[in-house]
Ligand binder design. Structure first.
Ligand SMILES: NC(=O)c1ccc[n+]([C@@H]2O[C@H](COP(=O)([O-])OP(=O)(O)OC[C@H]3O[C@@H](n4cnc5c(N)ncnc54)[C@H](OP(=O)(O)O)[C@@H]3O)[C@@H](O)[C@H]2O)c1
Length: 310
């Protein structure tokens, strides 16, 4: 399957399956079918609270002839409250996922919050309704512990997520093992060309989370507007005889980002993977560029009482 080579030589498939908001009981069915369709890249996180179900599904899958562990690229993420407990948190995720190594481990957000137990998710809030940030842990300390995971052989690649240009630049400065990936929200309504170009110039692969703009899920959770209803994108879908989602994912791939759409519908899993049999022209890539709204659809401020991106 089409893949990008990371700055440490490992390959990461260009289309992955995001598992946020997948319910435990549907996971086995979805993963088996996704693998049959051709997905070889899974994007998980401790915070998605379904690592156990993903692990159960994977261990069953590895007992069949469908795929072997080494055929898959599996990512999971360090939760905010575990920045001071990186090694234990990673081992906890490995145990739940029933794996002995991860392909990629990401710092989920550039913020350490009050520790509430290894592997715990959620966000501790103060009585003032504001996220309890742990001001004693620096991102540099967290990163050096991430580097230790590589030397211990628990993780092949390490990376960051939701880091802006300044934080990414700092990480490049203090790292001995460079971040292989920065996973950020990006889609036609939130293109972030400067951050994407900055990362790519410094050998950091950009993975587009929320690559469909979160569609209906983010409209429901955050009241956001979906790019899948955009008239320009609808026009391109008609022109290429593809769906709007396929055009959006293809656009993501053609700007050298990796895309990790989530779907709990089999026909959409299939649809989102059929993006290698057409190519957007330079003019159409430019046309998509013109519809950027600098519009973030995923708003954790809803849960945290403060906007960390402000
Ligand atoms: N690092 C981070 O902080 C972070 C943040 C957010 C997300 N992520 C990762 O990125 C992955 C994707 O993000 P996301 O799930 O928030 O957003 P997304 O993939 O952009 O959109 C998911 C939504 O789109 C719908 N959908 C999927 N395929 C579709 C299609 N072909 N046509 C129309 N609608 C479609 C899904 O509904 P159905 O399920 O009903 O099909 C769901 O409502 C997550 O699963 C997670 O792994 C990471």
């Amino acid at each position: 399957m089409a893949a990008i080579t990371l700055n440490n030589g490992f390959k990461m498939p260009l289309v992955g399956l995001g598992v946020w908001r997948m319910e435990g009981k549907e996971i086995k069915h979805l993963l088996i079918n996704a693998i049959k369709i051709g997905y070889r890249h899974l994007d998980c996180a401790a915070d998605y609270q379904n690592e156990t179900e993903v692990g159960e599904a994977l261990s069953e899958i590895f007992q069949t002839a469908l795929v072997k562990r080494e055929d898959l690229f599996i990512t999971t993420k360090l939760w905010n409250s575990d920045h001071g407990h990186v090694i234990e948190a990673c081992k906890n995720s490995l145990e739940k996922l029933r794996l002995d190594y991860l392909d990629l481990y990401l710092v989920h957000f550039p913020i350490a919050t009050r520790h509430t137990g290894v592997g715990a998710t959620g966000s501790a809030m103060g009585e003032d309704g504001v996220l309890d940030i742990d001001t004693t842990v620096t991102l540099e300390t967290t990163w050096h512990a991430m580097e230790e995971l590589v030397s211990k052989g628990l993780v092949r690649s390490i990376g960051i997520s939701n880091y802006d240009i300044f934080l990414t630049r700092d990480c490049l400065a203090y790292s001995k093992v460079k971040p292989a990936v920065n996973q950020i929200e990006t889609h036609p309504y939130f293109q972030r060309d400067s951050l994407v170009k900055f990362c790519q110039k410094h050998g950091i692969c950009v993975t587009a989370h929320t690559p469909l703009g979160g569609a209906v899920a983010n409209t429901e959770w955050f009241g956001s507007v979906s790019c899948l209803d955009d008239p320009v994108l609808k026009g391109l879908a008609e022109k290429y005889k593809k769906t709007v989602a396929q055009v959006v994912l293809r656009w993501g791939i053609q700007r050298d980002t990796v895309v990790i759409p989530k779907s709990s519908k089999l026909e959409r899993l299939e649809e989102n993977f059929q993006v290698f049999d057409f190519e957007l022209t330079k003019e159409d890539m430019d046309l998509v560029k013109s519809i950027d709204r600098k519009y973030r659809t995923n708003q954790p401020a809803k849960f945290w009482g403060i906007d960390l991106y402000a």
